[in-house]
Design a protein around this ligand. Sequence first.
Ligand code: ZN
Length: 318
Amino acid sequence: MVRKERKMLRFQPSGRLERRGWTHPVRRYFLFFVAVLLFSAVRPAYAEKTLLVEILPSVVKQGGVCVIKASSPATLKSIHVEFRGERFPLAFGAHQGTYEGLLGIDLNTPPATYEIKVVAMDASRRVHSSALFLKVKKVNFKTQKLSLPSSMVDLDPETLERVNKEERRLQDLFQGVREERLWSGAFLRPVAGELTTVFGLRRIINGQPRNPHTGVDLRAEEGTPVLACNRGVVVLVDQLFFSGKSVILDHGWGIYSMYFHLSEAPVSEGDRVSTGAMLGRVGSSGRSTGPHLHWAIRINGARVDPFSLIRLTEHLGE
Ligand SMILES: [Zn+2]
């Protein structure tokens, strides 16, 4: 291939060059010709190595969820996604040579167009990478201002220590990425109740900004069964200060679902549960003003709107 190229370079434009001299328009034509030639010579080898990638949707709101799909004819040793300085592995897709993962957009991700890199290493340790672009749109999350007696808001040092410890435990838990895909099909709503507090609500208590509401509150009668939103493993069953009786499921691929303020939870850590399995019952345990389920989703640590996960997975099929 290379030899043929050289020969053609010498041969093809020579007549014109001699007649007109080495003028700029001719040089441009010549360089264009060289570029076309090089591209066509290199393309077959390049296509062989190409990593094809796509992201759906490519425009998403803060707190939204996307799916990243990749495919390669080469046998890959590893494949991961790089987004905002963090790496997430992609798992095997449904067909040989395909890879997939869900990308959660944390509700505090600044609105912008981001470059996402998919990086793979093949069996001969060659690195392949492809870029994707994702536009994150701003959501005007509502703000709720509350005035409460300070005794209800300020925590004594002992409680504060407990709360911080519980917070660290959950953060550590969400760092774990199980590459096995336990979830399948569309995620479902764990109770049918009315949505009373939306995802992302900003709360200002006694003039101080507090953590935003990173789940959804679903109102339901005390004792209503709470169902697993998808297949997974129970990774936490405990009584937490703010969340009360809590259950957390790991669905694989870095996806976790949380069920808070339960009255009871007859499951144990390590249990494998199927979609729709009963995890517990609606209650008002922990810091809660009445029976409801606080349902939340984390994807690779990102705090996302559970309803956007439902919508995306309804469109994905199996
Ligand atoms: Zn809540």
